[in-house]
Design a protein around this ligand. Structure first.
Ligand SMILES: C[S@@+](CC[C@H](N)C(=O)[O-])C[C@H]1O[C@@H](n2cnc3c(N)ncnc32)[C@H](O)[C@@H]1O
Length: 245
């Protein structure tokens, strides 16, 4: 599991992600689109639990699932009040009961590169979601894969965390291979090197909507990142809101 090797430093790498703002946003989506009151939220692909904690702090009971044990170990070292963590991939989701809302943040869906596995993942989320419940997740857009990630190389040589990031996006297969090497300064002032390789798939709106329909969802809306506007042609992240029929 790629995330096992960077679990200890994942929160450092994500320091610019405003999880509190995402929790506010999800809370507002639930208020606008969900008729049924949401008490329990499932955070699929919860990673180190940053969003899980931020939603718990808004008053929800949380279940966080992730296939990476090390990511969950980091999550479990934080305040777990009102949170239950389970080591499961989305396509093998198996809960004790149903939830009113499911969320998934930071392109977990793009991480499931096999279409059959993604269909199964939608089936499992649908199975444990009450009717009229929402499945809210974000996606890296096709635009982002084609023009931002593409075959580009990025680097950042900041003092505490520096990285080189090489992308190979294949338009024919829709797969993007991202090779990232991080150098992270530890408390002794030494840099530790982390080599990672991650593959994501670009999913078109149609593919996602067709799969969602087959799993018993209907599309409630598609939004630009952290916004209630429709996604633009050059949006790099979009939110999909599915409603269980
Ligand atoms: C970019 S991280 C996002 C973590 C967390 N949602 C956040 O917002 O910080 C992607 C996560 O997806 C998880 N993941 C990868 N494959 C998955 C799968 N098949 N089912 C569920 N989660 C998966 C990884 O273990 C990792 O924790």
């Amino acid at each position: 599991m790629m995330y096992d090797c960077i679990a200890d430093v994942y929160d450092i790498l994500m320091k610019d992600v405003n999880y509190a703002a995402y929790a506010d946003y999800i809370d507002e989506i639930i208020a606008r689109y969900q008729t049924k009151k949401s008490e329990i939220i499932l955070d699929v692909g919860c990673g180190t639990g940053s969003l899980t904690c931020a939603l718990r702090d808004k008053g929800y009971s949380m279940i966080g699932t992730d296939p990476s044990r090390n990511m969950l170990n980091v999550a479990c070292a934080k305040d777990t009040t009102n949170i239950q963590y389970i080591n499961q991939a989305m396509e093998h989701l198996n809960l004790f009961g149903t939830v009113q809302t499911a969320v998934s943040l930071l392109d977990c869906i793009n991480h499931i590169t096999d279409r059959k596995r993604l269909q199964k993942a939608f089936d499992r989320v649908s199975l444990f979601l009450e009717s009229e419940g929402l499945f809210i997740f974000d996606l890296n857009t096709v635009y982002k894969f084609e023009t931002v990630l593409a075959k580009n190389t990025y680097f950042d040589l900041s003092a505490d965390v520096s990285y080189t990031w090489m992308n190979k996006y294949n338009k024919k297969t829709g797969l993007c291979r991202m090779e990232i090497t991080y150098f992270i300064k530890n408390q002794q002032g030494c840099y530790k090197r982390y080599d990672t390789c991650n593959i994501e798939r670009a999913y078109s709106d149609k593919e996602i909507i067709d799969m969602a329909n087959r799993s018993g969802f209907e599309l409630a809306d598609m939004l630009d990142d952290l916004s209630f506007d429709k996604p633009k042609k050059n949006s790099t992240r979009k939110f999909i809101i599915l409603k269980k029929k």
